[in-house]
Design a protein around this ligand. Sequence first.
Ligand SMILES: C[S@@+](CC[C@H](N)C(=O)[O-])C[C@H]1O[C@@H](n2cnc3c(N)ncnc32)[C@H](O)[C@@H]1O
Length: 176
Amino acid sequence: MAMTVLRLGHRPFRDKRISTHCGLVARAFGASELLYSGEKDSSLEDSINSVSREWGGSFHVRYVRKWKDIIKEFPGKSVHLTMYGLPLQTRIREIRKHQDILVIIGGEKVPSEVYSLSDYNIAVTNQPHSEVAALAVFLHEYFESRELSFDFPEAKKRVIPRERGKLLEEDAEHSP
Ligand SMILES: C[S@@+](CC[C@H](N)C(=O)[O-])C[C@H]1O[C@@H](n2cnc3c(N)ncnc32)[C@H](O)[C@@H]1O
C-alpha cells in the first residue's frame, strides 16, 4: 500500500510554512511520501526530514520537476482535491478499494490539466479552504480513523500522553 501526496506549485518564499504543514500532516496522518513541484526548496525538505528523523517512521520528501509524468505514470489511482470536485462522501467508499493512492493538492493556482489527468476530482465540502485541511480530512476518511494510532518506528522522541502537562520520552526506541 502506498499513500503518496503530490503538492503542486511550491514557491519557497510564499509557501514554505503551508507546504511544511502539508508534509507534516501527510506524515502524521499515514502517507508515506510527499512529492512537490514548483521550485526546489532544500529548507522545506530539511524541516520535514528532521521531523521524520526525530519522531520516527519512514516518511520522505522529494522534489519533482515533471509533475504531469508523476500523475500519468502513477501505478494506482490519482485523487485531486479541489473545491470544484464531487463530494468526498459520495466517492470515498470507491476510492478506499484502491491500495495505491496519489493525493494531489494545489497551491494558489492549479493548472487545468490536473482536472483531466486525475482519476478523481474530489471536494472536501464545495467551499474554499486550505490544502492542509483538505488533505487531513481526506486521509482521515480514507483510513477511517486507523491513522490515529499508526506506529512510527525508530523514533528518537515519543509523547507519553497525559491529561495535563508535557511528557516526552527521548531516545524512545532505545529505552528499556
Ligand atoms: C487555497 S486553495 C486554491 C484554490 C484555487 N481556487 C484553485 O483551485 O485553483 C489551495 C488548494 O487547497 C485545496 N482545497 C481548498 N479548498 C478545498 C475543498 N473545498 N475541497 C478540496 N480541496 C480544497 C485544493 O487542493 C486547492 O488546490
